[in-house]
Design a binder for this molecule. Structure first.
Ligand code: PMP
Ligand code: GLN
Length: 387
């Protein structure tokens, strides 16, 4: 028998296993406190779980419509109208996806042709670039200014060329918690006004914004919305990252292209989850409004617990992440420091450098996730203050 020896082939030569998977696996192996990968260690709302069970048992177990069940698209339209004043058409402008991840991947694949340029702001969430590369696109990275992780508008304008097909923004921003303001969106609109570039807005942390601030969505900016796909994730909003369900809002013509990809990537999303979320959104619209207060208590708890430590906290204005500067403790690069932490004190963190092609030299930041029960935050902090 001749055995086929596959030739070495990779479409993604620079990609390994994601840092989130690496750190969670290590945390499990070592029994470490997992404040690395972003997921809650508590349950979704009880009523939502009941609704999933109800719909599982009431015959909602076959393929959902490709775009998502109508009641869920209607609930999303109502929510987008309520929060951002945008009237999105459930039939033509809203698509339910397999989490934010598929929303982003299908959007990029729908828009990017070989040779197109895609502008990302760095640190950039790690899933954007590989999908652009699979499309044959070319990534242009624009570093966010330190210490506040704001957009440097001159550098951004300089990165735009006639070949720019897409700009990806992430607000609230993982890992820094920075948020775009109304003035930022106006600047973005101004720079793009005479271009043919689209925008992909990753807004999965839209309901976790602190200190009285409000999320500024591209959904609330008609000029930008007309050239944008806005992506969000129910996994984040309902403490259910394992359900992998999210959505995109985009003008009809963009939605047509997005769905051409979506229908062949996933086709449709878990039916009972869609019915359950649709019901829950209608029964409990207040959930989204209360989430920021819920997470700001956790952020403040972590800040208090880390007060005696030698870590310096970068102000966390949104998301469920806290960046900490460890330069008073170690001079190791962040990835090495994160490995040292998990091996020596048993705390999993996420280094920032995997979000960057070139992190600023000397930057010493790791990310902690505070979507955790109090006991987890206490356990992580007890170990971190010993450093
Ligand atoms: N974008 C960002 C910035 C994220 O942090 C995440 C996930 N944590 C996603 C997208 C993906 O969302 P989902 O888990 O719904 O696929
Ligand atoms: N978005 C999550 C984080 O930033 C990770 C999701 C994943 O592992 N794909 O931690």
């Amino acid at each position: 028998m001749r055995v086929f020896t596959p030739p070495p082939v990779t479409r993604l030569p620079r990609v390994g296993t994601t840092i989130f998977t690496v750190m969670s696996q290590l945390a499990a192996e070592l029994g470490a406190v997992n404040t690395g990968q972003g997921f809650p260690d508590f349950e979704p709302p009880e009523r939502l779980c009941e609704l999933v069970a109800l719909h599982l048992r009431s015959g909602h177990n076959q393929y959902a419509p490709m775009a998502g069940i109508l009641p869920l698209r209607q609930a999303i339209a109502a929510k987008v109208a309520r929060h951002y004043g945008r009237k999105a058409c459930p039939d033509a402008e809203i698509t339910v996806t397999c989490g934010g991840t598929e929303a982003l991947a299908s959007s990029i694949q729908a828009l990017v042709h070989p040779g197109d340029e895609v502008v990302l702001f760095e640190p950039a969430y790690d899933s954007y670039e590989p999908i652009v590369e699979l499309c044959g696109g070319v990534v242009r990275r624009v570093p966010l200014s330190r210490p506040g992780f704001a957009i440097d508008w001159q550098r951004f304008a300089d990165a735009i060329t006639p070949r720019t097909r897409l700009v990806i923004v992430n607000t609230p921003h993982n890992p820094s918690g920075a948020c775009l303001s109304v003035a930022d969106l106006d600047r973005l609109a101004e720079v793009l006004r005479d271009t043919t570039a689209y925008v992909l807005a990753d807004e999965v942390y839209e309901h976790m914004v602190f200190d009285g601030a409000r999320h500024v969505s591209l959904n609330a900016h008609p000029e930008l919305a007309s050239r944008s796909i806005v992506a969000s994730s129910f996994g984040k909003t309902y403490h259910a990252t394992g359900w992998k369900i999210g959505y995109c809002v985009a003008p009809a013509a963009l939605t047509v292209e997005l769905r051409k990809v979506h229908q062949f990537v996933t086709f449709a999303i878990a039916t009972p989850l869609q019915y359950a979320i649709a019901d829950f959104m209608t029964e409990h619209p207040e959930w989204e409004d209360e989430l920021s207060a819920f997470y700001s208590v956790k952020r403040d708890r972590l800040i208090d617990l880390l007060l005696p430590s030698r870590l310096v906290l970068v102000p966390a204005r949104a998301t469920y992440f806290q960046l900490v500067d460890y330069s008073a403790i170690s001079d190791l690069p962040d990835a090495e420091f994160a490995l040292q932490l998990i091996r020596t004190i048993g705390v999993a963190t996420i280094p920032v450098s995997p979000f960057c092609e070139r992190a600023p030299p000397g930057e010493r930041l790791v990310r902690l996730c505070f979507a955790k029960q109090d006991a987890t935050l206490v356990a992580a902090a007890e170990r971190l203050v010993r450093l």
